[in-house]
Structures are given as C-alpha cells and as structure tokens.
Design a protein around this ligand. Structure first.
Ligand SMILES: [Zn+2]
Length: 259
C-alpha cells in the first residue's frame, strides 16, 4: 500500500476511534514527539517539519485547555487524575532554538530536546551547533537529552558499539551544555530490553521510545511511549492524538517492555 493510502486508512480508523471514545480525554501521561518546526530539510521523506503557525496553534491548545496539564519529560506518576502532556523533539534541529523555543517560551511550556552528537558536530545547516545547543540548554524549561552518538538503530549494535552510542553521546552533551544528561530517546525507536538495560548502565534514568500510547504509572520510565506529530496533522488530528484516538498505532510494533 502506498504512503498516501496508508495515511488515509490510518485517519479513517482514528476518526472511528474518536467517535467511539466520544472525544473523552484519557487520563495518564502522554509524551508528544516532534522533530523540526518550519525548516526546509535536506531530507524529509515523512514530512516531519511542521509549519510554525500550525505548531503555535497546537501549543496554544495545550496551554489554554484546562483538561490538560503540561509537564516536562519525567517518570510517570501515580497522581495522573487528568491528562499530563510533555513535549519532546528528536535529532537536534536548529529550528528548535530559533522557531520552536520562542513559541514554547511564550506559552510557558517546558520541553526536552534529544540530540544526536554527530549531528551537532556536523556543521550542517539543519542542526544546532555546539554554541546553539548550549544556548538552548540555558533557556528556562529546556532539558537536553541524548539521541545516540550517530543515530544508529541501537538494537542492531553489538555491545561495544551500543555502549559508545549511549555513553559517548551523554559525555559529549554534558561537556557542551554543562548540564547533567539523564534522558535518552532511542533513534528509530529501536529499543529492546537489552538496549534499555545498557542505557541504564550508561547513566540514563528516563527514556522515550516511538511506540504510540499513553503512559500509566506502571510504565517503565526507561521505555516511555511517545506519540509523533507530523507536518500533515491538522488541528483535528492533533486533538485526536492528544485524546488517544491514534493509540491503536501501538499495534504496528511489538512493545519493547514485553521483552
Ligand atoms: Zn531521530
């Protein structure tokens, strides 16, 4: 099936799911996964760079809706009587500093940026430089985490490469930002219990994967589910994703927490 037809089918299922759920907000801890905001990227086959105006309307909806509370990326808590939402970005795009951050600061929304250390060293126009990463890390409400050293799928790595990807990236980001790094997002969502345990040994206490779902208090903090928001998502689809109508997407892949 082509990408367009897959997306059409996915939307139809989400619409049906939203109708069945009657728009109710599912309590728990939901982590949103973004990449770029506003940039024309050299490579963007899946449409991950979101229009700034659309991103701003999404953040305004988050900040202004009393049904949600916005939190920084953290371990799930038992007190989730309502929906808590966290905003995260992967890869380390330059626009996270110049386009996304001003919008998030305006609405006082904390956020976490997971950067791949080789992208920061690359001097590519798409990615933050070390100085820009330092500036981003110094902004109020911003946390910087690791997204690996070279963006390899970690489950495919042998033990020594896996360790380098996890540990060297953490040390590099700590050196650049002067902050302690304890959070990781697994590149390509490639994570198994072996990768999770190695991340823990490398000093991480919280991790984000790419599995679509909400997190309850029992969810392993090193295997938190995240829901990706892409450029093609209208405000309606954004609201559906917030309310859980796209959580069936989790069925596309095995849960890494299941072993
Ligand atoms: Zn990535």
């Amino acid at each position: 099936m082509s990408w367009g037809w897959k997306r059409f089918a996915a939307r139809a299922i989400a619409e049906a799911s939203a109708l069945t759920g009657r728009g109710r907000v599912r309590p728990g801890y939901r982590v949103l996964l973004y990449h770029a905001v506003g940039s024309r990227l050299a490579r963007d086959p899946y449409g991950i760079s979101i229009e700034p105006k659309l991103f701003e309307r999404q953040m305004e909806a988050l900040a202004r809706n009393s049904q949600f509370s916005v939190a920084s990326f953290h371990a799930p808590q038992s007190s989730h009587a309502q929906l808590q939402v966290a905003v995260t970005f992967d890869d380390g795009y330059r626009d996270n500093l110049y386009t996304a951050a001003p919008i998030l600061l305006k609405f006082k929304i904390p956020f976490t940026v997971f950067v791949t250390s080789s992208f920061i060293r690359s001097q590519s126009d798409d990615f933050l430089t070390p100085a820009e990463l330092r500036e981003l890390a110094s902004l109020p409400g911003v946390t910087v985490g690791s997204h690996g050293a070279t963006h390899l799928p970690l489950d495919k790595c042998d033990d020594s490469t896996l360790w380098q990807e996890l540990y060297e990236s953490r040390c590099y980001i700590e050196d650049v930002t002067g902050t302690t790094v304890r959070a990781i997002a697994y590149p390509h969502g490639s994570v198994t219990l072996r990768v999770r345990d190695a991340a823990q040994r490398a000093g991480y206490v919280i991790g984000g994967c790419s599995r679509f779902d909400i997190n309850d208090e029992d969810r392993d903090p090193l295997l938190l589910c995240r829901c990706e928001v892409v450029a093609a998502d209208s405000e309606r689809v954004f609201q559906q994703k917030l309310r859980g109508a796209w959580d069936w997407y989790r069925l596309r892949a095995k849960d890494p927490a299941a072993g």
